[in-house]
Design a binder for this molecule. Structure first.
Ligand code: PLP
Ligand code: ZN
Length: 423
């Protein structure tokens, strides 16, 4: 497949399209009706599907705030909304200075309704589920997808089932799934095992799958890209040179790439303004980094994965076939970071008032390494994506942070403890 044919997303609607929306296989190009039959991959070749539109809007077509501001780039006018998106693009002057880049901004997706970017995917995905008329939603999750699915599913009045890897989900995330009323199955196995199982249930029609294999979820996540470009342009007068993000299943990487391709196809963004997509993985779960470094066509499945950044503890990134071209064609790269580097970055972000969970801090840790090895240059304007909120993983925060100190229950006692002397 040529670079051009992969990059280009413009095209005439096939007869199977509904209101100018259809599905297309990224591997063989076969086109399918979007909402008639539930399907997650191509009937012909098992390739990943992506949503296509006959009408690709420009910046002037967007109005309002958050994910649904970009309704003209989504399959529906509105969705099941809490609402989501419109997250801050923080300035982080100390980090910017210390890492030595021209400009550094942090897009904090932890400020979404359930505390991660997964809400952007769910507001669209659950709307599609309603269109399909399904009544039971399911996902495999390292935690955040389950929290988002539980919240959006219950808001839509649908049953939700989540499969989590036993012992490897942060406390805040299980608490959310539980309170929002999901049925939680803790599977003996890792995330990839959970996804294998829920994939089988979805194939036999038992559940509607809302993992990022579902192409409609990535449509919602695409709006991270629209927001970054608009916010950065409005505040900095230009587009960022690079976007650095943590990578698990590589759904966001694929979604951002699709955002760029659609904007280029509509003429809203010139090809040379497309930011370099730069993925960061934990060293103990880095099949995407391996594929980029060894120039592999596909990722190799890692059966044993380990990292304290549980949100990216994934050995078989399902969206790799969409994300690898995104990294390559935008001139980006991928890099692995250690858990120690992730923890330091989490502290550094916290020191600027930005509280994130470990996986999110991988983006900053990765940028630091890429500055040190010269891949990122001092003149670059960079956006780091932080994907989830600090409170998602309270244990990790306690480990990285300062310990509480026991003091007596009197002013005098506290003064003495602090070495302040008598008043
Ligand atoms: C889901 C998730 C990721 C991984 O995103 P992908 O799109 O699967 O690559 C990273 N960080 C957090 C906090 C997440 O919840
Ligand atoms: Zn196909």
């Amino acid at each position: 497949m040529t670079t051009e044919s992969h990059f280009d997303v413009s095209g005439e609607a096939p007869p199977s399209a509904t209101n100018g929306v259809w599905l297309s296989c990224v591997a063989c190009g076969t086109e399918f009706a979007p909402f008639e039959t539930v399907r997650y991959v191509c009937d012909d070749c098992d390739g990943l599907l992506e949503v296509r539109y006959d009408d690709l809007p420009g910046w002037d077509d967007y109005e309002g705030d958050g994910v649904w501001r970009y309704a003209h780039s989504l399959p529906f006018e509105e969705g099941v909304s809490l609402p989501e998106g419109a997250t801050p693009l923080h300035e982080v002057p100390q980090l910017e200075n210390e890492l030595g880049v021209d400009r550094l901004r942090v897009k904090h997706e932890g400020l979404n309704p359930t505390g991660s970017f997964k809400d952007r995917g769910m507001t669209v995905g659950v709307r599609v589920a309603q269109e399909m008329g399904v009544d039971r939603l399911a996902c495999a999750s390292t935690g955040n997808t389950s929290a988002a699915l539980a919240a959006y599913g219950s808001r839509a009045g649908l049953e939700t089932l989540v499969l989590l890897p036993q012992g490897n989900v942060a406390a805040g995330k299980i608490a959310q799934a539980s309170l929002h009323g999901a049925r939680i199955l803790e599977v003996e196995g890792n995330f990839d095992t959970c996804l294998d199982i829920v994939g089988d249930l979805a194939d036999s029609g038992e559940v509607y799958l809302l993992n990022s294999l579902n192409p409609f979820r990535l449509e919602g996540q695409k709006t991270i890209g629209f927001e970054i470009l608009e916010q950065f342009r409005d505040e900095e007068g230009t587009y960022p040179d690079r976007i650095v993000l943590p990578v698990g299943n590589a759904g966001n990487t694929a979604a951002l790439y699709k955002c760029f391709r659609e904007l280029v196809a509509s003429g809203a963004l010139s090809e040379r303004d497309v930011p370099k997509l730069t993925g960061v993985q934990a060293a103990g779960a880095a099949p995407m980094v391996e594929a980029v470094e060894e120039d592999l066509e596909e990722t190799r499945r890692w059966d044993d994965v380990e990292t304290r950044a549980t949100a990216i503890r994934i050995g078989n990134p399902v969206n790799a076939p969409k994300a690898l071209p995104g990294i390559r064609e935008t001139g980006g790269t991928a890099i692995a970071v250690s858990d120690e580097e992730i923890q330091s970055a989490q502290r550094e972000l916290a020191a600027e008032g930005v509280g994130v969970e470990p996986a999110s801090a991988a983006s900053i840790a990765g940028l630091r390494l890429l500055r040190e090895n010269g891949v990122v240059t001092a003149d670059e304007r960079v956006v780091c994506l932080t994907t989830g909120h600090l409170l998602k993983d309270p244990d990790a925060a306690f480990t990285a942070g300062a310990d509480p100190e026991d003091v007596p229950g009197t002013t005098e006692g506290v003064r003495e403890y602090l070495g302040l002397g008598h008043e």
